[in-house]
Design a protein around this ligand. Sequence first.
Ligand code: ADP
Length: 203
Amino acid sequence: SDWTNSGDALVALDDDKTKGRTDMELLVGTTIIELIYGDITKTNVDCIVNAANTSLLGGGGVDGAIHRAGGIEILEECKEIRARQGGCSVGEAVITTAGKLNAKYVIHTVGPVWNKGINNEEDKLEKCYKNSLDIAVKHNVKSIAFPNISTGIYRFPKLKAAQIAFSSVQSFIEDEKFMDRIQFVCFDEENYQIYLKIFKEKL
Ligand code: ADP
């Protein structure tokens, strides 16, 4: 592993993301918010959130990783939802089995494609987090993991996306005392460093 100087603390970044690491945690009300540097398919929670696309038929990035690791069952349920309601709109979320993953459910939410901020992308991203958490609560989910929605192929600015992710989760916790654990799972180092800084500011 290599060492990166981030602010005043030296943080070890393990190259083997399959291990996953809880790097920081914050207690907000009765909910623990965790920062993980790793692969979301390896994490141990009730529910994993997928950054899907409107077709729900799978794609690259985290979507591809979740379908590969979870197996065909997830895609079968996505196809049923698609047949019923024609996919999933931007900002909305749907729930399926997690197939072979450790989790019980996958929530598929569709982040906005960044277009200079002129299409209400910020509100749409906030809705992704809020709607995912609402569906999770309806299914009695007590622990949930989020990837950095929209910050890959959809090019949402990473700092802005992290601030929205954090504030959406925080205001959800203030309204609902339901969730035990919420994880932010960062896969790329840039996102990880951004989240680390936000976590440290909240400590
Ligand atoms: P979007 O189309 O919403 O931008 P992407 O999958 O392209 O979705 O990227 C979203 C984020 O998911 C990116 O920050 C990327 O680094 C991250 N990511 C990719 N693979 C994984 C994985 N296996 N686990 C967690 N995050 C991942």
